[in-house]
Design a protein around this ligand. Structure first.
Ligand code: ADP
Ligand code: MG
Length: 366
């Protein structure tokens, strides 16, 4: 039995369907991230789990215990769910010391002084605040405050910790540092974690599995590598990393590979391409070719041995990105992004040649 079970979860606000029937199972100790654009229903899903929103339909269980069920008319209050929460707005109490900020949750649960001290010290040690337990929260840095919030969420041993964009108010450098800290802590404590973010880089580096949402619906569930390499549809391909999406026509399979064609612009014959032979696609069917910018090679001269995939185009623009160069290339009606790790002098309008390995193309049907 999965540790956390979410079944056909629906939450509406008036006419608006914020969560449109979500199914999700999470194993004990897993770090699962809900990822998607603003307004896709991440926070609402998390708030339903926390007991801050009452679902309109569906059921939520942890360790088999029903926390919320529309059908059975069960709705446990947040205090009865034993979950830890770290929300973006989660402020630490400025008039209390670090120790008291963390101990507070235990005190209100009626835990005795000895046990409170022991558990609080342990949590503060875990988050690296053992040296500043007597400091007032106002004297802490942003990162230290974040750690207080973390310690507070785990101190009473919750079954699951819920995070809602906890790092979005921090500057870029601290945010990257805190990502690593949170994952380290999660591994150390082994606590089941549900993490919400709209930041794909954050999701990719932190998660065991990522749940991609759009418009209240799950688009794909998978580990970071799978989500990146095998996006289930055009939405995921575009949302995770950047993908060149080119509409074309499927021509047919030929063993491991398939043929497709994309338009080269009016008055020109279509460009034929070799791509992986996706199952279940019919001859003549409209498909979308997804191609990562880092998987496209750019040549200044027509390559002597281009392989099966050769696109002729012209430079639209180049953007220097520090450790690589982003080029936009016009190929007929398409705009193809190419990421280059070497630097060429490229002028807009310059003619270039693009090649890619058949294996690097991905065919999508929606
Ligand atoms: P996310 O966290 O992914 O940005 P939310 O779960 O906050 O998305 O919101 C999902 C949708 O539900 C949005 O369209 C939002 O406007 C709507 N919504 C969320 N909370 C409320 C609320 N309390 N009242 C009305 N609409 C809400
Ligand atoms: Mg949100």
């Amino acid at each position: 039995m999965p540790f956390v079970e979410i079944e056909r979860l629906v939450k509406r606000f008036g006419e608006e369907v914020a969560v449109a029937g979500i199914d999700l199972n999470i194993e004990k100790g897993e770090f699962v991230t809900l990822l998607g654009p603003s307004g896709c229903g991440k926070t609402t899903t998390l708030r339903c789990i926390a007991g801050l929103e009452r679902p309109d339909a569906g059921e939520i269980r942890i360790e088999g215990e029903v926390l919320a069920s529309a059908d059975k008319d069960i709705y446990l209050s947040p205090e009865d769910r034993n979950l830890g929460m770290v929300f973006q707005s989660y402020a630490v109490w400025p008039h209390m010391t670090v120790f008291n900020n963390v101990a507070f949750g235990l005190k209100i649960r009626g835990v005795g002084a000895g046990e409170t001290k022991e558990k609080t010290d342990k949590a503060l040690k875990l988050v690296g605040l053992a040296e500043v337990t007597d400091r007032y929260a106002t004297k802490l840095s942003g990162g230290q405050r974040q750690r207080v919030a973390l310690a507070r969420a785990i101190v009473y041993g919750p079954r699951v910790v819920l995070f809602d964009e906890p790092l979005s108010n921090l500057d870029a450098k601290l945010r990257e540092q805190m990502r690593i800290e949170i994952v380290r802590l999660q591994r150390e404590v082994g606590i089941t974690t549900i993490y919400v973010t709209h930041d794909q880089a954050e999701a990719l580096v932190m998660s065991d599995r990522i749940v991609i949402m759009d418009k209240g619906v799950i688009q794909q569930i998978g580990d970071p590598e799978t989500i990146y390499a095998r996006p289930a549809n055009a939405f995921v391909a575009n949302f995770i990393g950047t993908a060149n999406l080119m509409e074309g026509k499927f021509l047919g399979r030929e063993g491991e590979l398939a043929d497709m064609e994309i338009s080269a612009g009016e008055g020109r014959p279509p460009i034929r391409l070799k791509v992986p032979g996706t199952e279940g696609v019919a001859e003549g069917q409209r498909v979308i070719l997804s191609l990562r910018p880092e998987d496209v090679s750019l040549h200044l001269e027509s390559p002597a041995a281009p392989g099966p995939n050769l696109l002729e185009g012209e430079i639209i623009d180049t953007i220097y990105q520090g450790n690589f160069l982003d080029c936009q290339v016009r190929v007929g009606p398409h705009e193809v992004g190419v990421q280059m790790d070497h630097f060429e002098q490229l002028a807009s309008g310059q003619k270039v040649y693009l090649t890619f390995e058949p294996d690097h193309g991905l065919l999508l049907t929606e």
